[in-house]
Write a protein of this length. Structure first.
Length: 94
């Protein structure tokens, strides 16, 4: 059982596709094509400023379908919880 599904999905996208976190956070649903099993990383968000096509491996495809990722407005919307988890928090001294 996964305690934090958005974070788990975020890390699985990185693990299976080698997409950088910044690139992943800028993906939109239209960038994922299940027919061709590819993800398009556009040049305006990629590190090397080139549009890249990344294959979707079977384990990632299963996660995309199971978690209904393509039913959201944008992947970023689904992963907003991840961003909140990654924000630095203030630690006070008591």
């Amino acid at each position: 059982m996964v305690n934090n599904q958005p974070l788990y999905l975020f890390t699985r996208f990185i693990f299976y596709s080698f997409i950088r976190p910044k690139e992943l956070l800028n993906l939109q649903v239209k960038d994922i094509d299940l027919t061709t099993r590819t993800i398009k990383v556009k040049s305006d968000v990629s590190k090397n400023k080139r549009t890249e096509t990344v294959p979707i491996l079977k384990p990632l495809l299963s996660l995309i379908i199971e978690n209904k990722v393509l039913e959201t407005q944008a992947i970023t919307t689904y992963l907003d919880k991840v961003l909140n988890l990654l924000k630095p928090c203030k630690v006070g001294i008591h």
